[in-house]
Design a protein around this ligand. Sequence first.
Ligand code: TLP
Length: 346
Amino acid sequence: MHTIDLRSDTLTKPSAAMRKAMANAEVGDDVFGEDPTVNRLEEVAAEKTGKEAALFVSSGTMANLVSLLTHCSRGDEVILGDQAHIFFYEQGGCAALGGIHPRTVPNLPDGTLNLEDVEAAIRADNVHFPITRVIALENTHNRCLGTPLPPAYMDQVKALADKYALKIHVDGARIFNAAAALETDAANLLQHADSVSFCLSKGLGAPVGSLVCGRQDFIERARRNRKVVGGGMRQAGILAAAGLVALEENIHHLPTDHANALKLALGLAELSGIELDPSGVHTNIVFFKVNHPKLNAETLSAALGEAGVKALALGPDLLRAVTHYHITAQDIDQALIVFKKILQTA
Ligand code: TLP
């Protein structure tokens, strides 16, 4: 039996079409603006997100950092959720490297921020306070069950941002999952975003790369910030070629990933020893708790791994499984058999 790796959609390996496109990519020095494949990828990314321009960067973390560096000066403040990837998983890079002060408000279970909380966190013009510059959201929200943020919520955030002249950044690492789940296009979800970062190297299956998208002048300044963090790549068209295949072909697989995640959730919810509400599963991320006399997240994950199914332990009783284009409906059936056996025999 092959390994069914559900730890993350970052584990996807490039498809045959990607490898072929990479091998044949036309390249040049992208720091000189002369890589035609990177230029093409940036055009396609801008078009798909409904923005004027885009910038190819190495990772989602770099995309978020470069975006915040471009919105903020040292000492400025970003308001974001306490479960945000930027706050939780990026080593505090915006503070460490950019001197940007993170102000968290609690994420609600659906990944949104209560707008009264956000408004209360916006600083008054006072010499004692940092200057609030940007509200950062995450769509889909990784730690909030992969939930997509709907356009109606974005309308409300925009009204608040405009009232205080704030910018909106969206960590859209999985924005195309959100678009697929909400049956709309990414540009619609992002119409109020001043900047968005999205990843090619998650559910879209490319080996490397993320994009920052926004207005032309924003992207010109972001390009300088990419260079200062060491992100100027040279013949990066080799990587961009895979990204173009991701956006042209793999993007169509996301609804299948969502169906497989739901199938997994429905199956897991039936198992004694697992706690999970399948109605909370909207995209490709499935969080569940283990509630078993002999197993915790760590030992369940280890037993699963030995049996060829990998899931990520994220807390004493919390695990995460993520579907992606290497995972088939048959894999989900097989994974559920393995889960059941382990839970019954432990
Ligand atoms: N998320 C990874 C881990 O870091 C947790 C994963 O396996 O889900 N924004 C969001 C919403 C993300 O989920 C991630 C990666 C990033 C940004 C960072 O992307 P990379 O890993 O390319 O720096």
